[in-house]
Design a protein. Sequence first.
Length: 135
Amino acid sequence: FVQAVVSELRAVAGESPRAQTLADRLLAMARADAEAQAIDVRDLLNDLFERRQPRWLELQIEGPQRLAGPGVLEVFGSRLQLEQVFGLLLECAEDAGGSLLEVSTELQSRRVRVDIRFRSKLKAAELRDGRFGLA
């Protein structure tokens, strides 16, 4: 019985940094100004990548490190809402069981395009691809 309790306490202690990060993030979002503003999509995605790295390591997903490119890809909107949208898209890609997650951005006719692609090896000769996009 004691070993089971110790094991549970260790598991809870291992999750506490993640819980603290989530709580900090939720508080920051609650305080965030919801008014529309100019947002650099690459910076927003890079912040999301940094926060999701521990999960990707846990799930053995090779995810993007940082997006780079010429100029700034700005959109006008709510940072909180965009983080939620891209976070959900990344979560769907993670849950699809992919082992490689790729994200690309580009500017097309004054519109910012973001592609999220995931790949999963099902069998040695078969590769399943999936793609989510937002323009």
